[in-house]
Design a protein around this ligand. Structure first.
Ligand SMILES: [Zn+2]
Ligand SMILES: [Zn+2]
Ligand SMILES: [Zn+2]
Ligand SMILES: [Zn+2]
Length: 302
């Protein structure tokens, strides 16, 4: 492998016509051709967290929105956050003579508590008032997306539309075949109705999808926007208190304006991908499944 800083003095011509350094070329031994990243298929093999190396299937990754549930990035400098432990001295409750017997004396044993801290910029989860947690991993309070309901509504709507289009396509194909008279439909052959077949295939019935489309309320564009605060041009700006653009956009759901609203960012998952020759469909590279391994099962480099 070339060093990242090494300039590419010598370039080779790929079979697709692109000029590439030897380090980014592959050799398909089935077509006997040189291939490059531009003329091969990239496929996602597995999702994993680059910090804790947890592996997960793509369905689970999609459910977790492609983020690791136990690792976090610093919202201020995007470095990985570390979990730090402290000993918390529980508050001692003094025996109140008036209510003797009622007040319980808490155990005086110091309790281990955890918080997140950035070793790079010294940001901690305590800075924004996130309470320390009694367990080291997980359990960090999650903020709900203020637009979650609308986003789900849109997702349902698009799913319903996709469903409907698929249905129409099937219907069209069936009509085409019926006209030709060559093929018998599934219904004629097995006695299954369309709804039953959908049920068996685990697809939602067309009634529920059409109701999702019917009840959908499209967004309305509005010319009315909130007025800017009066002191916007006169108030002195404290740059230590407001977030930078990258910090804001790192959490697109909330886009915090003040640093007091920053929240740990769940770490994005990485993927291992395999690469395939477009002409013959053979694998050019295939990584090992284990995320800790940097080896390949198949590695056809030029
Ligand atoms: Zn190429
Ligand atoms: Zn992780
Ligand atoms: Zn940081
Ligand atoms: Zn090939």
């Amino acid at each position: 492998m070339a060093y990242l800083t090494q300039p590419d003095y010598v370039k080779y011509i790929c079979s697709c016509g692109q000029l590439k350094p030897i380090t980014s070329l592959y050799f398909c031994r089935h077509c006997l051709k040189i291939r490059c990243g531009f003329c091969i298929c990239h496929e996602v093999d597995s999702h994993y967290c680059a910090n804790c190396l947890e592996n997960m299937p793509s369905s689970e990754a999609r459910l977790k929105k492609n983020r690791c549930s136990s690792c976090f990035d610093c919202p201020s400098c995007f470095h990985t956050l570390s979990t730090r432990a402290t000993m918390a001295q529980p508050r001692q409750v003094l025996q109140d003579p008036a209510a003797a017997g009622d007040t319980k004396v808490e155990s005086k044993q110091p309790k281990k508590m955890y918080y997140l801290s950035c070793f790079n910029c010294r940001w901690t989860s305590r800075d924004v008032g996130i309470p320390d947690q009694p367990v080291a991993s997980g359990g960090w309070p999650e903020r709900t997306n203020p637009h979650a309901a609308r986003v789900n509504q849109l997702l349902d709507y698009y799913k319903a539309i996709a469903m409907q289009e698929k249905q129409e396509k099937i219907e069209r194909e069936r009509k085409k075949f019926n006209i030709r008279g060559k093929y018998i439909t599934l219904t004629d052959k097995t006695g299954l109705t369309g709804a039953m077949a959908r049920n068996i295939a685990g697809l939602p019935s067309s009634e529920s999808s059409s109701s999702a489309i019917a009840s959908f309320v499209p967004s309305q564009a509005s010319a009315e926007v909130e007025e800017l605060p009066e002191d916007i041009f006169t108030k002195e700006v404290n740059l230590n208190q407001i977030t930078s653009m990258p910090q804001r956009l790192a959490s697109p759901e909330w886009q915090p304006v003040s640093v007091a609203r920053l929240h740990p960012l769940a770490k994005l998952l990485s993927v291992k991908r395999s690469q395939r020759c477009r002409a013959c469909d053979h694998n050019l590279t295939k990584p090992e499944y284990n995320p800790g391994s940097i080896k390949f099962k198949i590695e056809l480099l030029a």
